[in-house]
Each structure stands twice: as structure tokens, then as C-alpha cells.
Design a protein around this ligand. Sequence first.
Ligand code: ATP
Ligand code: MG
Ligand code: FE
Length: 332
Amino acid sequence: PIILGIESSCDETSAAISIDGKIHSNIIANQTIHEKFGGVVPELASRAHQQNIIPAVDQAIREAKIHKNEIAAVAFTRGPGLLGSLLVGTSFAKAFALARNIPLIEVNHMQAHILAHFIEDPVPAFPFLCLTVSGGHTQLVLVNGYFEMELLGYTLDDAAGEAFDKTAKILGLPYPGGPLIDRYAQQGNPQAFTFPEPQIPGLNFSFSGLKTAILYFVQQKEREVPGFLQTHLGDICASVQERIVSILLNKLKRAAREVGVQDVAIAGGVSANSGLRNALIALGEQQGWRVFIPRFEYCTDNAAMIAIAGHYKYLARDFVGQDVAPLARYNV
Ligand code: ATP
Ligand code: MG
Ligand code: FE
């Protein structure tokens, strides 16, 4: 079947076409308007989605070289995310399905981040463990089937992506700072400074203490040596990244031991981080895991993952009616 996927949960407007489970187009319109505010402004995001959605869908259909009559179903992100943003994608998908008289498929955004692993071979085997690290979530998920997912651990405060972005803000870098920390870290020494590892029992995470520690560290150093931040930016970024990665991988290691799986994956925007990718590959070799890391374009928000999730729901005839509403909170 040909599935149209729509993503609008945060600040990316995206449309994709899958044909029999393969992606033929994946258009992502990034919203740059939020940069000058240092974070996503919900009202501006909804408005930008309204402007972007029709051109994105048109382009996705054109690039896939199909006709819109051939689309078998439309899949959209129902949540979690910003309600105003979700409403744009949901309303568009409903109208499209109604006008063309085709089924409507709702998709959980966090499940879709994980299902991005089924876009291309090789794919992980069920059951596998996935560490989902994004702008709003940090989750350890046992994936028993396409839509059978068990939440084993989650963050008690900030998400890993937030830890990157808030650190970047403290360091005076523009939003979103995660990719910039990654870049500066490549010129720095990860052992230069040591930031604390929180002692959280079980499989849960915490990142808010780290953020505070970094703030105090930078303020104190700047007082002692004015200009310290500028001259040591690479070392600070590398050291912070080293700590965030070690927090994530220590819990992942523990979870893998507890559930006894062999296939281990990462998903979400932070899985684009080169420090995390390299450390996971090394850990996988040491632990004898098969490691799965998404291609860069499928790490951050995209509609290809929504189309793929839609494809598997289509095969299961898992459709929803026109009365479906978006959900700001939606458990994996
Ligand atoms: P959620 O999926 O939880 O609703 P989201 O959709 O906003 O949140 P994603 O688009 O999946 O999140 O990921 C965005 C996050 O990924 C941002 O916090 C961004 O800084 C972070 N990120 C992207 N690339 C990198 C990188 N190379 N290194 C570190 N962080 C990164
Ligand atoms: Mg985003
Ligand atoms: Fe996301």
C-alpha cells in the first residue's frame, strides 16, 4: 500500500510517502523562527505548520512520483507534542482522508521514533531494547512487537535533549544547541572536567542536577579566570557530552542485563550525537550486542517514521474515525 505520513508534533512540519514499507520521499520543513527566542514558541509553531503543511505534502507526493489517487491511507502524529502543532497535522490528515474516502491512522510519536528502525535493513528482531533520547523524552523501552512496547525507565526531570540544549544556553550557544555541543566536543578533551553522575535507582534517569552543576562550574571559572568559557569551550562541551553519554549508556547496560536481549537500538534526536553513537558501538562490541543506530535524517523529527508506523498499522487494519483528537500526552 501507499501511505502518506504527516508529522507536526513540535517544530518540524514533515510529509512522507511509503510504498509497501519503503520510503520514497521524506520532506522536512524546519522552522527557523524559534531561534531568536531560544526555544520553540508554541503559537508561532502552529502558524508555521499551517503555512508549511500543504507545500510539504505536495512535494512529498511529487518526489515519490505517485498520484494522490493512489494513496491508500493517511497516517498522522496524534501525540505526544504541542497541542496547537498536533492539531494542524491532525486536521489536515482528517480532511485528506475524508475528501479521498481513505482510512485514517493515528500514530504515537514516541513509538514512531522507535519504528524508524524498520525503514531500512538490517532491522532489529523482537524483543529488542530501545533507548529513545529526544528533545522531550528519555525512555528505555522493551519492544516486543511493532505496537507492543513496555516502558522500563524514563527521566524524572529533564530529557537528554533538554540537557544538551540547556547546557548550550548556559554556554551562550544558540538554540537548539545539541548539535553545536556535538561539534565543539570534537575539538575538546572529554576528560578535561568531571561533572557529577546522579545516583538514581533502577532504570530511571535525571539530568537537572547536571545542568545546575554546569551552571555553577562556568560561573565560578569565569570569576576566577575571565574568558575561561571562550578558551575552554571544546573541553567543556566534550566533558558534558561524555557525562550525558555515560549516564545514558550505564542505564542501557543495566536494562539489557535485566531483560536479557541481544538487539539494542537508540532512537530520537539525540541519537544523532556522534559521542553517543561511537560509545554505543564500542559498548555493543564489548557486550556482544547487535547495535542499531538510525540514519541521521531519521533521528530527529520526520514523517518517514510516521509513514512506516502507518504502514504496519495499515497491515493490521488499525484505523480511527473522524472523531479522533490529538493528545499532548500520550504514553509509548
Ligand atoms: P520528542 O520526540 O520527545 O517529542 P522532539 O521531537 O522535539 O521531542 P527530536 O526532534 O526527536 O525531539 O530531537 C530534538 C533534540 O535532539 C534536541 O534537543 C536537539 O538538541 C537534540 N539533538 C539533535 N542532534 C543532536 C546532536 N548531534 N547531539 C546532541 N543532541 C542533538
Ligand atoms: Mg525539533
Ligand atoms: Fe521527536
